[in-house]
Ligand binder design. Sequence first.
Ligand code: FNR
Length: 340
Amino acid sequence: MRNYRKREHIENYLRSSFRGDPLFDDVFLYHNALPGVNFEAVDTTVDFLGRTIAFPLMINAMTGGTDFSTDINTNLAELAKAFNIPMAVGSMTIAMEDDDAKKSFKTVRDTIGDGILIGNLSGYTGVDTAKYCVDLIGADALQIHLNPAQELAMNEGERDFSSVLKNLEAVIGAVDVPVIVKEVGFGLSPDTITRLYDIGVRNVDIAGFGGSNFFEVENLRTPDTDVSDLYSWGIPTAMSLIEAVKVRQDGLYIIASGGVRNALDVVKCLVLGGDLVGISGEVLSYLIHGGYDYTLSYLRELMTKARMVMALSGASNVAALKGLPYRVKGDLKDLLDKIY
Ligand code: FNR
């Protein structure tokens, strides 16, 4: 069942057609005609989980545990390794079901070598499973996804969300790697972020609205329960990020993701205050439609163009992006104007 669902998620993502808006176009960055930097010397390295990575981007959680997803993950791990950037596997619950699934996840670790690899489980996962999955792939961190909208859209999905926060607290206390709490494309509100911080969460991935849409991905699996009128539900990534940064407390690491497609999106996320940027659906589209080399070129060009935008913003390194002024306009401005 889970095996089949994994394949459907990929297939349905690829045939989804609703295009939400992460509102990156409503963020304006200033051009700097006197950048005062040497383009060739623009430094994109950042520290993540105590290691230096080449660029502030991660390939975010998508799949794993089946033959079909082993091929995809092997390619993603090779890409992550080639660029020295982190990668997260998709939900590992399936690894508890059979040996082939375990092998599939281990293959990702074998492929990425000593690169940063992040495990992924749901907010319902128990402590023992969490520890097991971290060990299985030698995970450098563990993502826990919060996905209530997706669950409600699935006929077989969870309906009781009342124990998730308590469960999370137990998992954080039990595993010996950092935990990253993420959404799956509906965004994290400031209140959610504060409640997560209060139970000890120090890494969040806002995974906002405007990219992969799990109302649609699930709807295509279960057309008998039509939720197409809910496709616009979610907090656009730019809004979720700006509000997350506003309520950021000491030591909170913010990953910005959801609808990231190009170099400008990446740089905007960093200027808005994100520490790292995550990308899922767009990489998957390139990989399935164009293959490994095409995806390699896409990511290489994205990184080169991001360095160009950094130079044109007068930033010689990633830290310098954080203090840059920016403006917001349009829907984003309206949304940030006032909370009712
Ligand atoms: C996902 N995503 C996801 N997230 C997660 O935490 N565990 C998972 O198993 C999956 N599976 C998955 C499958 C597919 C096919 C896609 C496209 C996505 C969600 C993903 O990590 C990310 O949060 C969202 O997709 C938003 O980012 P993008 O796709 O808009 O860049």
